[in-house]
Design a protein. Structure first.
Length: 147
């Protein structure tokens, strides 16, 4: 299987998490952490549910993956997230030393690339635009429905 196909397969899993967030009234962002070809954590935004501004999908997924692996570094993992990480999440991803980050839709207003382009680990491979249209549409629909 080609890398693009693999990335799309895991991004669809992240989109399922984003849908779960949407159903709870959370901003629909989902994330999965994959280690050696296996999903080891799944998460979605829980900021409203937990009353916690740090409860972003990426933060939840990193915490769960680190707990499962028994260490704070995720050096054998890939993080898939439906929207470009914010500065806070990019910092956490960098500290966790995630070597590969794959995201769907860019976040022009809050994305790390604008505010903290060097927050990720310096050797991290970052791929954007995987299932971008689906990821963007889910976000746009959520905010349209809120208005």
């Amino acid at each position: 299987m080609e890398q693009l196909e693999i990335d799309e397969q895991y991004m669809r899993k992240a989109l399922q998490e984003a849908e779960a967030a949407c159903q709870k009234g959370e901003i629909p962002i989902g994330a999965v952490v994959v280690c050696k070809g296996r999903i080891i954590s799944r998460a979605h935004n829980l900021t409203e549910t937990l009353h916690d501004v740090t409860a972003h999908a990426e933060m939840q997924a990193i915490t769960a993956a680190a707990d499962l692996l028994g260490g704070k570094y995720l050096t054998d993992c890939t993080l898939y997230v439906t929207v470009e990480p914010c500065t806070m999440c990019a910092g956490a991803i960098g500290w966790a030393q995630v070597p590969r980050i794959v995201y769907g839709a860019p976040d022009e207003k809050r994305g790390y690339r604008h505010y903290a382009p060097h927050a990720m680990h310096p050797r991290a491979d970052i791929v954007g635009g995987i299932l971008e249209d689906e990821c963007r549409e889910l976000m746009q629909k959520f905010f349209r429905d809120k208005r």
